[in-house]
Design a binder for this molecule. Structure first.
Ligand code: HEM
Length: 405
């Protein structure tokens, strides 16, 4: 596998308009249920399957649509604080905040997807061993993903699968149970006591499925499982890194707190709405810096060079070559992020000119290109292309073309 470290190569390898396909690395990451693989948007290598799974729901992940999910996040934030107050503030007990942030992230994804938390915060424990099973899963698969033939020979071997006790992955199991409940009683009540919000992910997935009869029934499991697996660990890691880095660098925490004071919190609802929170430049810088310094994905996101080969960092790579970029390497590029790229310094996102900031943003593998329906646009051969592959050409009011802006 050719490991590429130059951030300038991101659009070359990961552009949705190029034909680099996902390598066998992703096959290793497939979950199994009842001895069979559960294809997910994230892990499937089959381009047609990926398109079939992604197209009907990509619109759900646009920023304007994601904002409609904010009440689900807010209710989980409120419950999270209530539990911390009850279990730690009032008793003076010691709180393992890292674990609680992880439990929060899982519950918030359950709430967004099913209007039902997975139950971590309520029970203050690892429900059904989900966190432990994910830990074991990544512990094993991160090593095996680097030698994928071992996976086909061992974990995904049909004989081995048949001999193994049939164990359903607890996340897949939780999703299947919620889908079954929703089909029987679409008006079931959520944890929060309100009737199921018709705008949660599951109801929209069901809508998408009912509009297109060619979508197979198992797509629902693929969509819900993708959400929980792709959204929980990543969010937990980002939250933990942000809070850990602020606590271990008190000067940055003090600067953030003084910025928060400027918001006049008493005049705003709690939690502070995203619309207001996003106007805070230092908060934004802290989140970007956390995603840069401790990206949730620690292994190269592998792709396969298409027929005809490709030029990467000025060198020709033959078709079929596996090539990838590790966010941990790319985000420490001193040319783009500065000589102190290895340290926590949110100020780097503010004390720089616009051009430098744009270069740094384009050098982040975690935030800019990743999300389905991501609102980011980039310029390619005088076209504006977004992450879903949509291409537009803009005209200036004065008739001129908006080109290499
Ligand atoms: C800090 C939080 C997050 C980070 C850093 C992150 C990062 C990423 C990255 C790097 C990829 C591309 C992986 C690859 O091509 O190998 C990805 C894909 C994906 N993410 Fe996220 N993610 C985050 C949160 C979420 C959330 C909250 C959701 C769901 C609501 C989500 C859903 C997905 C899905 C469905 C894909 C697969 C997209 C596709 O292949 O078309 N992610 N994410």
């Amino acid at each position: 596998m050719v490991s590429v470290g130059d951030p300038a190569e991101i659009p070359n390898l990961y552009s949705f308009t190029r034909k680099f396909t996902k390598s066998d690395f992703y096959h290793v990451l497939l979950f199994y249920a009842k001895g069979k693989p559960v294809p997910t948007i994230f892990a499937t290598q089959d381009e047609n399957l990926h398109r079939m799974l992604r197209k009907p729901i990509s619109g759900l992940y646009t920023m304007s649509n994601l904002l409609s999910f904010e009440p689900h996040v807010d209710s989980t934030v409120a419950f999270f604080f209530a539990q911390l107050d009850k279990l730690f503030v009032q008793t003076g007990g010691v709180c393992d905040l890292g674990t609680w942030l992880q439990m929060f992230a899982f519950d918030v994804m359950g709430e967004l997807t099913f209007s039902k938390r997975l139950g971590f915060l309520q029970r203050a424990e690892d429900v059904d061993g989900i966190m432990e099973s994910i830990w074991h899963y990544f512990y094993k698969t991160s090593a095996v993903s680097q030698i994928p033939w071992v996976d086909r020979l061992w974990a995904k071997n049909p004989v081995f699968q048949r001999l193994q006790a049939v164990r359903m992955n607890p996340i897949v199991g939780f999703g299947l149970a919620r889908i079954a409940e929703r089909k029987v009683a679409p008006d079931t009540f959520s944890d929060t006591g309100s009737s199921t919000n018709s705008r949660d992910f599951l109801s929209r997935f069901l809508e998408a499925q009912s509009k297109d009869k060619s979508i197979p029934p198992w797509a629902l499991t693929a969509w819900t499982t993708s959400n929980i697996t792709a959204g929980s660990g990543t969010t937990a890691i980002l939250l933990r890194t942000t809070i850990y880095s602020l606590l271990s660098h008190p000067a940055t925490l003090a600067r953030l707190l003084s910025e928060l004071d400027s918001l006049q919190l008493s005049s705003l609802p709690t939690p502070v709405p995203f619309k207001q929170a996003r106007t805070l430049p230092y908060l934004d810088a802290c989140i970007k810096e956390a995603g840069r310094l401790h990206p949730p994905f620690g292994l190269p996101l592998e792709r396969v060079v298409p027929p005809g080969g490709a030029t990467v960092c000025g060198r020709r790579l033959a078709r079929g070559t596996v090539v990838g970029m590790s966010p941990w390497v790319v985000h420490r590029d001193t040319d783009v992020f500065g000589e102190d790229a290895r340290v926590w310094r949110p100020e780097r996102w503010l004390d720089c000119g616009d051009e430098r900031r744009r270069r740094m943003e384009a050098g982040l593998l975690t935030i800019t290109f990743a999300e389905p329906g991501c609102p980011e646009w980039r310029v390619e051969n005088r076209w504006f292309v977004n992450q879903t592959g949509l291409k537009v050409r803009l005209k200036r009011r004065d008739g001129g073309e908006v080109g290499k802006a």
